[in-house]
Design a protein around this ligand. Structure first.
Ligand code: SF4
Length: 712
């Protein structure tokens, strides 16, 4: 007979000590430990519903309380670590009195105020989702790390709801109405403003309101708009972990809202009355930057059931301050601790084991994976070693200057080249680099801290080393000139950046070769650079709070605020480029869901099917690059003077061009998808078929989220 894993063996011992006699082992060992509510229900069943049960703590140290007599409880730390090794909260010192603190299992007096703390508040953490925009889910890292922080307090219960996993907005509203949580936390990101507003309006229309806190990248950007509309709302401005812990203490009256870090809210005036509240931000977050970033894994199995991908973070913040990237809520780069990583990887591996068809790949959603400092390469290699040891491939993001830095000598570049090769050997599947432009004047405007030549050398180095890459590139920005747009198009089409991999070439030869024109001429594979760009025709998003947005405002080009994307609308200094950028965005949006499906399939597949999906994406990229060239020709033929007739003329000519390209693309993609489907398993093939049909049936050129504006 197979023995249950140790935590479950401990659980059964604890239940027996409480006087119950578990008839059989738990139904699904691994899921029971992942989900505290399921764990509590199972224990309650074993106790025939006559004993009170509470489950607290995080996945690595689940704490089970089973009542066994008047005021007497069995308390079990399922990790097997002694109770006195836990950092118990202050309230527990008087309310949970353990007989055997040096053991993982103890009888205890748990006083009613302690039981109350273990029971309330009921917290529901919800993540929003637009399935028509993002067909495949990603593990909800935000609410899962916040759940861990909440559970660390041992206060109340925490459940998670993710709209990616089949829950509709109406379903979420109904769940709030049925569950009546004391605290509702909502995570909202760009593009989800409409969902957020609908949800908040529905919840605030209910009686018996929970404390509602909204977090995520969108909430931080549109705090003012949200608080004006929902004065009782709380807005978490930073990562959310410190905020939720303090908010739970606030719920029990241990803290005032002013003492909750990173919280924006409207403070009620003293003495009540009709005075308009003042928008307040409580104390800043003082985050332990070396703390591990560890999520709870309640939703991991369901994410896989919905073909989702696994995400983790190994650092937060960035080493730079690009002008288009608002930094206030993100902060400077700090590597998270790795102490918990081996345990976490083991837990993840156990979940992956149940889904053998899912690629064992982790997506490290760090803004900048490497960071600065002399130990940056060592840290990266240690992380890669841990991931490799647990049998995972991985992907992440980092800056180009982690590959080529004009301020560094040959020795530094050789060391970096060796590091990149080692990272690939140890499971790096792909690294995303934010190139953003190949044109120096544009890079200056973006405050990227890089040059076009540096980008050229970095792309050559990475391709020669055989590092699988993705690049991001901002093709249009409102302040750009036509010459810059032409230079951008030329840069994207260069065939001397992506070079043939040379696995045996010594690192020093690589560092020298990429600067040598004859080496480059020999090594070029004729593949244009745009094939390495993730989304080709994207334009600058003028995000609220970004330095670039202020440049646009100073130039008198700023327009309405668009809360759905946390951004400010902007006109283009050259109206013709604005017209092209608008049509390019329509082009991107027309293909977005299909392209995203290709990209998501690529993430969960390995081997030949993955290669074929990449080739399918390249058909879209070829078409996008060709469209850009067509549109630049149209702009060149259009005089700069601007009036409605000129605008209508250019618009009509652009429309003809994109329609012509779309007709060609339809034919090419029909063949591509037809050839690709047999290479996929049934579920992935069905998913692609649905998205392809949706794409084929689409007509018109609408923008995603075009309907959201400040006025909504
Ligand atoms: S755009 Fe990328 S590199 Fe620049 S500040 Fe933001 S995260 Fe850092």
């Amino acid at each position: 007979m197979e023995h249950p894993p140790e935590p479950l063996a401990r659980l059964i011992t604890a239940v027996r000590l409480a006087g119950a006699n578990p008839a059989a082992g738990p139904p699904d060992h691994s899921e029971l430990l992942l989900d505290p509510l399921a764990l509590r229900r199972w224990v309650e069943q074993q106790c025939a519903g006559v004993r009170r049960v509470r489950v607290a703590g995080t996945l690595d140290r689940r704490l089970v309380f089973v009542e066994c007599g008047e005021g007497r409880w069995v308390v079990a730390d399922l990790s097997g670590q002694p109770h006195d090794s836990r950092a118990w909260p202050a309230w527990a010192r008087d309310t949970v009195v353990l007989d055997e603190p040096a053991s993982w299992l103890s009888l205890a007096d748990v006083h009613e105020p302690g039981v109350d703390r273990l029971s309330r508040p009921g917290v529901l953490l919800a993540a929003l989702y637009h399935p028509e925009t993002f067909p495949l889910p990603r593990f909800p890292l935000g609410i899962s790390t916040v759940a861990r922080a909440a559970r660390e307090t041992l206060l109340g219960t925490v459940t998670l709801a993710d709209m990616q996993l089949g829950l509709t907005l109406d379903g979420l509203v109904a769940r709030v109405e049925a569950d009546r949580p004391d605290v509702l936390g909502v995570s909202a990101t760009f593009g989800q403003y409409d969902l957020l507003i609908q949800l908040l309006e529905s919840i605030y229309a209910q009686n018996d309101l929970p404390l509602i806190v909204v977090g995520g990248s969108l909430a931080a950007r549109v705090e003012r708009v949200l608080l004006d509309r929902f004065p009782a709302l709380l807005v978490a401005r930073a990562g959310g972990e410190a905020t939720i812990s303090a908010l739970l203490a606030h719920w029990h009256g241990d803290r005032t809202l002013d003492e909750v870090p990173g919280l924006g809210f409207i403070g009620a005036p003293r003495g009540g009355g009709l005075t308009v509240g003042r928008r307040r931000t409580a104390k800043p977050v003082t985050r332990d930057v070396t703390a591990d970033v560890v999520p709870e894994l309640d939703l991991r199995p369901a994410t896989f059931d919905h073909h989702g991908v696994a995400q983790l973070e190994t650092s937060r913040g960035c080493t730079s301050y690009c002008s288009f990237c608002p930094r206030d809520h993100k902060g400077s780069w700090a590597g998270a601790g790795t102490g918990q990583l081996p345990w976490l990887l083991g837990e993840l591996a156990a979940v992956f084991d149940r889904y053998p068809q899912v690629s064992r790949t982790l997506y490290l959603v760090d803004e900048e994976f490497l960071g600065r400092g002399p130990d940056a390469p060592g840290r990266a290699l240690r992380l890669a070693g841990l991931l490799r040891g647990a049998g995972f491939g991985w992907e992440s993001s980092c800056r180009v200057d982690q590959v080529v830095d004009p301020g560094r000598d040959l020795g530094w570049h050789v060391e970096r080249a060796e590091m990149w090769r080692m990272l690939v050997a140890w499971g790096l599947r792909r690294m995303l680099f934010g190139v953003e432009s190949g044109v120096d004047s544009v890079l200056d405007r973006f405050a990227k801290g890089t040059t076009g030549e540096q980008n050229v050398l970095a792309v050559r180095t990475l391709s020669t080393l055989g590092v699988p890459t993705r690049f991001t590139y901002i093709t249009f920005d409102p302040l750009m000139t036509l010459d810059e747009l032409k230079a951008t198009h030329a840069f994207q089409g260069r065939t001397d950046l992506l070079l043939a991999p040379r696995p045996d070439l010594p690192a020093a030869e690589v560092a020298r070769g990429v600067r040598d024109s004859s080496f480059v001429a020999t090594a070029s594979v004729g593949r244009p650079f745009y094939q390495g760009i993730s989304y080709l025709l994207v334009g600058m998003e003028c995000l609220i709070g970004a330095a670039y947005t202020r440049q646009v405002q100073h130039a008198g080009l700023a327009g309405a605020v668009t809360p759905s994307m946390g951004r400010v609308e902007a006109r283009y200094a050259d109206w013709r480029i604005g017209a092209v950028a608008g049509w390019a965005q329509r082009w991107v949006d027309r293909h977005f869901a299909l392209d995203y499906t290709f990209k998501s399939l690529e993430k969960v597949l390995d081997g030949d099917p993955r290669r074929q999906v990449r080739e399918a994406r390249s058909v879209l990229k070829d078409a996008s690059y060709t469209v850009l060239g067509d549109l630049i020709i149209e702009v060149d033929a259009q005089p700069l003077c601007h009036d409605p007739a000129a605008e209508a003329t250019l618009d009509a000519r652009i429309w003809q061009q994109v329609e012509k390209r779309l007709t060609l693309l339809r034919g090419e993609l029909a063949t591509t998808v037809h050839d690709l489907l047999p290479a996929l398993d049934r579920e992935h093939a069905e998913l692609l078929t649905v998205e392809y049909r949706r794409w084929s049936a689409a007509s018109g050129w609408t923008l995603i989220n075009a309907a959201d504006s400040c006025a909504s």
